[in-house]
Write a protein that binds this ligand. Structure first.
Ligand code: ARG
Length: 458
């Protein structure tokens, strides 16, 4: 019974089983069952208030929909996989249970506005869950960064050691990207937060619907402005898929760093055993699979975005059945990003860092050369000359087999520039180089702590 179609009055024949299953969406849209019920409750109550259906019928519908939701939640009502979609299923259950009253619920609406409202409600909840996971990941990064605000490590460009920074600074850089992802989700939510219910198939309704009332009942600040836009638009889904793809791409970069750091060559990070896996053949292996998998899943998020953009491109207004394909891709992006963020948070929190090895990696590669040039600039030398002087010192060290500019005696330094004094040696340690870079946004520990405090704020 629950697999009865809503359009049987027009078409005497149903597609054969396989064809019917092909066009059905219940496997995907059953995830929106509670949103569908909430939408129907708001709609039924409004129909009653507006006198479109008898008040007692509205009451019956509301009570039954509440029972249906409870039965879904406690598992006593199983969603029929043979139904066409979740909207048909719920309407059919209502009609099975209430008879004539159930047949009144669809006045003034279409599955086109129904699916639009369900989808938006679902997105709002999914984004809230992702925001929770984003916060978990952000806090894991910021807590670790705070502990390591003074832990010296090399910063890289071109994957070559560039300048000394701190682990706290590096992790805070990741946190900045996550914070922007959170901002993007919040922005997108504000735009999609309008209620399409009452838009009907595409042209609203001649019945005296109160769209403000259903919007308010469903906690939307307002109804959508234009009924045709309400059922045709999916830019909210594209936007969310894009944000998921961006967030996942950010994660993939953090994870790439982690994979590198976990290698024997770097050995900066020691991932917890619970957050690593072994090899079936090589007994010695401890692999950063979690980081690799998070990195790999960015492909899925990017793919889902391409799926959605391609799906919507060139669709004529208003609703087309193509749009039924939108949910699977976006739901997959939601699941992927939320799971990856939670996994990332756990992996980061449990990791240990070899701070001695990180500091040691700052030695011998002339990472102090920029700071040496800036020392000369502070003493009045034009930067281009200072760059040349520092470069000449680096070459002299390399030729003489010395591992750092500070290994040269003061007389040699002064032979390059009389601006060098005894204070140069202390200025070239990695700690001094980092401490000097107190500029806004820089890696000096106090400055990084300021950045962390801001990132913890709203
Ligand atoms: N299952 C459909 C979807 O997800 C619901 C809307 C169906 N509307 C229609 N005119 N066939 O888009």
């Amino acid at each position: 019974m629950t697999s009865a179609v809503l359009w049987a009055g027009r078409l005497g024949k149903k597609p054969e089983k396989e064809a019917f299953a092909f066009q059905s969406s219940i496997d995907i849209d059953k995830r929106m069952v509670l949103q569908d019920i909430a939408g129907s409750r708001a709609h039924a109550a409004m129909l009653g208030k507006q006198g479109i259906i008898p008040a007692e019928t509205a009451g019956l519908l509301d009570a039954e929909l509440e029972r249906i939701a409870a039965a879904i939640l406690d598992g006593s009502l199983i969603i029929d996989g043979d139904a066409e979609d979740i909207h048909s299923f719920i309407e059919n259950v209502l009609t099975e249970r209430l008879g004539g009253a159930g047949r009144m619920v669809h006045a003034g609406r279409s599955r086109n506005d129904q699916v639009a409202v369900d989808f938006r409600l679902y997105c709002k909840e999914a984004v809230r869950a992702i925001e929770g996971a984003l916060n978990e990941a952000l806090n894991a990064l910021l807590d670790t960064a705070e502990r390591h605000a003074g832990s010296i490590m090399p910063g890289y460009t071109h994957l070559q050691r560039a300048q000394p920074v701190t682990l706290g600074y590096h992790l805070t850089a990741w946190a900045c990207a996550l914070k922007r992802d959170a901002g993007r989700f919040a922005d997108a939510l504000r735009r999609l937060d309008e209620c399409p219910l009452g838009a009907g198939a595409l042209a609203g309704s001649g019945l005296p619907l109160d769209r403000e009332a259903t919007a308010a009942a469903l906690a939307f600040p307002r109804p959508t402005l234009n009924a045709m836009d309400s059922v045709a638009a999916r830019d909210f889904a594209l936007e969310l898929a894009a944000i998921c793809a961006i967030a996942q791409t950010n994660l993939s970069r953090f994870c790439e760093d982690i994979v590198l750091w976990a290698s024997e060559e770097f050995k900066f990070i020691n991932l917890a055993e619970e957050w690593s896996t072994g090899s079936s053949i090589m007994p010695q292996k401890k692999n950063p699979d979690f980081a690799e998998l998070i990195r790999g899943k960015s492909g899925r998020a990017a793919g889902n975005l391409v799926t959605l953009v391609t799906l919507v491109k060139g669709l004529p207004y208003a609703y087309n059945k193509d749009l039924q394909e939108d949910k699977e891709a976006l739901f997959d992006s939601f699941d992927t990003v939320e799971n990856c963020l939670r996994m990332f948070a756990g992996m980061v929190r449990s990791a240990c860092f070899d701070t001695e090895r990180m500091r040691a990696a700052c030695m011998g590669g002339f990472l102090e050369a920029t700071d040496c040039a800036e020392y000369l600039v502070r003493k009045g030398m034009p930067f281009r000359n200072a760059h040349e002087t520092s470069a000449a010192l680096v070459r002299e060290c390399i030729d003489g087999g010395l591992s750092g500019i500070a290994a040269l005696p003061l007389a040699r330094l002064r032979a390059h520039s009389p601006l060098f004094d005894g204070d140069i040696f202390a200025a070239l340690s990695p700690e001094a180089c980092v401490a000097a870079r107190q500029v806004t946004g820089g890696p000096a520990p106090a400055e990084v702590l300021r950045q962390i405090a801001l990132l913890r704020g709203p």
